[in-house]
Design a protein around this ligand. Sequence first.
Ligand code: BDR
Ligand code: CA
Length: 311
Amino acid sequence: MEKINIWIDCDPGIDDAVALAMAAASRDRLHILGISTVAGNQTSDRVTGNALKLASFLGMDDVPVVRGARGPLVREVEPAGDIHGATGLGNCELPATTKQTASESGIFYMYSRIMELPEEEKVTLVPTGPLTNIALLLRTFPQVQARIEKIVLMGGSSSGGNVTPAAEFNIWADPEAAQMVFAAGLPTVMCGLDVTLKSGLNNGQIEELCRSRRKVEQACGQMLAFYLDTTRHEGEENMVAIHDAVTILYLTNPELFSGRNVSVSVDCSWGEERGRTICTADGQEQKVYLLDQVNLPEFQWVLLAKLRSLS
Ligand code: BDR
Ligand code: CA
């Protein structure tokens, strides 16, 4: 089977960390061109440090990590320390790494790597944070669009939000960027709260990870126990939603999910509706496939098996 070229744009972030683990465990199926960081769950310095440590910890020292935007297009950064902790990874202390970010920065590096692909190949962008880097990439280098197969993003919701009644965190953190990305009209898979709040692990499964002697399982267990505590108000009582992991598992195991076609626009007003993703099935050409269903037992089985495969 041909590998899928992917670029991961993230703000680790506990569930971003699990998404990176899913990618590390799927390298037989995914060719990871690189990882870029975006300020979101924590500051650019913290999420970039976390991405470097995670890449080493997960056996991806060969994958370039590049620092992207230091903050959203218009508003200021408002890290989610209450959800992901002061470091961005809960209580988990990952080993230090000597890995450095690529020398060229952000979208310039991304653009070069994508354009270097053989002419017949394309890339799938996998953003799991605010869409700042993706918007900047599309605006700065419009010619890159022809090399993008699709965007599989975590963000948005067709109903309510998790950071305000209207908005999901990644979209709320940079609504202008999100609007630019949806307006570009590229084929997009939206892994929003409709599906991600149903995609997670329960208390017992997390406790089992914590008891594991394998270092990746243990670290993920520790992070997820923290995340379960800070997100108890969202979704199911004893289950932690692992939002960002849905993107990678959709690519490797699309049969786990189903959804519907919609058009999406983002509310960029400065009122209470700011950051809402307005999803309509209006008969126009709909480029967004919005996931809304998951086979939970299978999702959990695949996720746990992938974690177990990383020692
Ligand atoms: C999204 O917000 C972040 O806090 C998570 O990492 C995830 O990407 C969920 O709303
Ligand atoms: Ca994230």
